[in-house]
Write a protein that binds this ligand. Structure first.
Ligand SMILES: [Fe+2]
Length: 142
């Protein structure tokens, strides 16, 4: 896989992940409502910035980023999740997304070799997502 193809694939996954966070922000119910409604908002606010950073890296490399929902859905590894999940299942689904994104970003170091800006972007994403994953796992631990 070449670098721009890899970045576009990552972009599609981040875009679906972003919408999943919005979905959960809207549809969360139950005693964890206030905590998770806010947490999902914090996360989708950052995810929107991440989507933008990846797309603009593709542009800086002289190519066109995936830009439509149709392209995101067609090229993402992620399925959209139903919105009737219980609160803790929502957190588990987000942890699964983060696991997949982190492993994809680690894998893509290979195709980005020698391109410091892309490598930095991948590292920044991994750094943020590993922190989010740690906090969500700590939240689930009873
Ligand atoms: Fe809101």
């Amino acid at each position: 896989m070449e670098k721009v193809e890899a970045l576009n694939k990552l972009l599609a996954n981040h875009a679906i992940h972003y919408q999943r966070l919005r979905n959960f922000h809207w549809n969360i119910k139950g005693p964890l409502f206030y905590t998770l409604h806010q947490t999902f908002e914090d996360m989708y606010t950052q995810a929107a910035l991440n989507v933008d950073s990846i797309a603009e890296r593709v542009l800086a490399l002289g190519e066109r980023p995936f830009s439509t929902y149709r392209e995101f859905l067609k090229n993402s590894d992620f399925d959209e999740t139903p919105d009737h999940l219980k609160a803790k299942k929502m957190v588990e689904a987000i942890i699964e997304d983060l696991n997949a994104l982190i492993s994809q970003e680690n894998k893509y170091h290979e195709v980005a070799e020698g391109d410091e800006a892309t490598l930095n972007l991948l590292d920044d994403l991994i750094d943020m997502q590993e922190q989010d994953r740690w906090m969500l796992k700590a939240f689930l631990d009873e």
